[in-house]
Design a protein around this ligand. Structure first.
Ligand code: GDP
Ligand code: MN
Length: 396
């Protein structure tokens, strides 16, 4: 689950990470109130208006702007709220901005050289360890830095049994070229950031830029945070931060129905039980010359009702040209799933997309019979390869 910048910063702050302070606003009037309050609290004269959407690169798309007085706060907020923000990380249509974060200006006017660094904490799947990735080249696309100047990106791997050791935090501050007060502040920053990452059960914390001010404060100016969905049950307060307006509506509906669904770009919808079989099925579709339109695991207890819900979800995707159902009846009986498919098909009326169904396991024969005798445009397959061939046939 992804968070907004303001939510990520709230979590960071609760673990003692210094942040650029801000107040979220839904309207230009609220933006002005927020700016006044920030001036009282922080003494800031200028403010930054920042679009809150789940996408990076907002600055480049015109979603982050400096306001030098309250009139500008109001005007810029009015411009950004409601706009469709297009950034290098959104689709061509962009993302609708529902709210803005009004922040203090932490780049002091007249400050010649504020330093911007990059820092993220994530899991290195190859080594199975958390890793702090950081660079002196902050404020820009880390992908560009990786392409053009890869030697300016550093990694610090953390031993899970020891946690982040003080010498590691010092090495990071050293590699960033810091000394004196800034060095000390950076070690504190890294230590608090790592604690925030582990204790919130996150899968990513990316701070770009981390700012060093001319008076040697180290501040998180941005925050991109992804929490691990599987750990949300023990963070009810974070779970409540979910903003479904930012999420794919079909994925939201699937989650509410207890199905695991991920939208993909292809043309063959798949309905499968079990993540392993789902992955094998996606490979099968590729081999047959198609591309999976989604990942959908209806779970080990796929009953008729879940099957019908799943069908509805898949058919919402207009790029679906065929549906492959591949279900192993271990706990569930195949004939019940088959009945579910037939019922769903009938209930939904004019489905024009060809459906290929492979049911294996308990009562597979009965299931095949049910499908073949249903009089519907549903093809049954018994073998894996047979299913692939049939997908190939309907696509070509
Ligand atoms: P992103 O474009 O989505 O990554 O959004 P960021 O939060 O990283 O902001 C984009 C850019 O806005 C930063 O790289 C800074 O250059 C600039 N920016 C952010 N905060 C301030 C600020 O307080 N003052 C000034 N002058 N610029 C800022
Ligand atoms: Mn950023």
């Amino acid at each position: 689950m992804n968070l907004h910048e303001y939510q990520g910063k709230e979590i960071l702050n609760s673990f003692g990470v210094e942040i650029q302070r801000g107040i979220v606003a839904q309207t230009p009037e609220e933006a002005v109130e927020a700016a006044k309050k920030l001036t009282e609290e922080t003494g800031t004269g200028w403010h930054v208006v920042k679009a809150q959407v789940h996408a990076g690169g907002r600055g480049k798309g015109g979603g982050v702007k400096l306001a030098k007085n309250l009139k500008e706060v109001e005007d810029i907020a009015g411009e950004i709220i409601g706009m469709n923000l297009v950034t290098p990380q959104t689709s061509k249509e962009g993302k609708k901005v529902n709210q803005v974060l009004i922040t203090e200006d932490v780049y002091y006017p007249g400050d010649s050289e504020p330093e911007e660094y990059y820092m993220s904490v994530l899991l290195n799947r190859a080594t199975g360890k958390n890793m702090i990735m950081y660079s002196t080249e902050g404020g820009m696309d880390i992908e560009t830095v990786a392409d053009e100047t890869p030697h300016l990106i550093f990694n610090e791997e953390v031993d899970p049994t020891l946690g982040l050791m003080p010498f590691q935090a010092r090495r990071i501050a050293f590699n960033l070229g810091l000394s004196g007060k800034a060095f000390k502040q950076m070690t504190k920053f890294v230590t608090a950031l790592y604690k925030a990452y582990t204790e919130s059960d996150s899968s990513l914390f990316e701070i770009n830029p981390v700012l060093k001010t001319s008076d040697d404060k180290i501040i998180a100016v941005d925050a991109k945070v992804s929490l691990d969905d599987n750990a949300l049950f023990r963070h009810k307060d974070y779970a409540a931060m979910r903003d479904v307006r930012e999420e794919n509506p079909v994925e939201v509906e699937a989650r509410e129905a207890g199905l695991s669904y991920v939208d993909l770009d292809g043309n063959v919808g798949c309905m499968v039980n079990g993540a392993g079989l789902a992955m094998a099925t996606m490979d099968l579709i590729k081999q047959a010359g198609g591309e999976p339109a989604n990942f959908l695991d209806v779970g080990g207890t796929a009953d008729a009702e879940r099957v019908e819900t799943a069908f509805n979800l898949i058919l919402k995707d207009p790029s679906v040209k065929a549906i492959l159902v591949n279900i192993f009846g271990g706990i569930v009986r195949c004939d019940r799933v088959a009945q579910g498919i037939v019922d769903a098909y009938k209930n939904m009326g004019n489905i024009e997309v060809p459906i290929i169904v492979r049911l294996q396991g308990t009562n597979a024969d009965k299931a095949k019979e049910l499908i073949d005798n249903s009089g519907l445009a549903v093809e049954s397959a018994v073998e894996f390869q047979e299913a692939a061939d049939k997908v190939h046939k309907v696509l070509s």
